[in-house]
Ligand binder design. Sequence first.
Ligand code: 2PG
Ligand code: MG
Length: 409
Amino acid sequence: MRKAVPSVITKIKARQILDSRGIPTVEVDLFTHKGMFRASVPSGDPSGMYEALELRDGDKGTYLGNSVNRAVKNINERISEALVGMDPILQSQIDQAMIDLDKTEKKGELGANAILAVSIAACKAGAAEKEVPLYKHIADLAGKTNLTLPVPAFTVISGGKHAGNNLAIQDIMILPIGASSFGEALQMGSETYHHLKAVIAEKYGAHGCNVGEDGVTFGSIREGLDLVKEAINRTGYNEKIKIAIDVAATDFCKGEEFLPPNSQYPIVSIEDPFDKEDWEHTKSTARVTLQVVGDDLLMSNPKRIERAILDSTCNALLLKINQIGTVTEAIEVVKLANDVPWGVVISHRSGETEDSFIADLSVGLASGQIKAGAPCRGERLAKYNQLLHIEEELGDHAIYAGEDYRQCL
Ligand code: 2PG
Ligand code: MG
């Protein structure tokens, strides 16, 4: 319901903060007559030339070249000048104004980190202006009516670039698809995680457990899967918890087939089984019933998503909002995936902040799945705990995606 005096953006103030890896990132405070709305952006290992560009200062003497003072300045001067006076409800107009101001394909002029921070803050302000929860505002923007709590993909073992161990693949995750609510799924994830710590400590001693960038870290693929299977057995949830893996093959193999030993393990989802430019091998995944998630393959880029849809090179989209750069464009690529229909995983980055925006995004877009790391570390739990808040707020209307996690349209 609109008021007699519509609220407008009155001020935008950005600053540099540090992310969960201790690397600078952008935070913004956006003001309307309703108050102040804060947002910050994540950062990950860059996947390649098709993703939106993070603007970093490159001065090796300051934060090893990673400071984001130019992106902050772009918000405080150019973006602020363009957006002050705009109605925060008009998300697509706000995002388009920044795209027009930037004028480059990959948002390298203002920085995708600058643009996304403002886009998210404006989305929060838009929800407040309408006096609805953030997830509801996002659902309205996307034309969705079926608010749904996603199945969480909890990272329980990290490898690859995210950990200092010998495990080639990047993540082993657990999906509590048999839970009856998000709250129960979080309990299952936490219990499995703590059983896993005990299983590893019994086998290798306490030094076998480390906390990696997204969660716990560990050794070889089969060894890792056996440990996770044993931890799930100890919880007693067995059939209710499935396994997903992120191979992140670009980081370690070219043109080689990675075959998950899914006959022995309850693996239901596999991410990036081949190098990101290996479209030929990836085609072989079209025949599988397994969920094949495109992360590095797609880079959340609409052109690559369209190609993958035509070539049937995967059957699920991993959406990393900072690879695309605005809330409006994130909604559009999810629509592309929904139309196929593909599964949709809303994803965090390895470098995160306490901002829980992706939790609301996953409910508003009814993505069915969220990947936000281990059930430990504050910046990961910020997302999972926000989903608890949303479930509580929705009460009897709360729907947990559960076994429909791949086709939650
Ligand atoms: C991934 C993500 C999250 P990064 O590969 O799925 O784990 O990693 O943010 O480093 O790209
Ligand atoms: Mg990945």
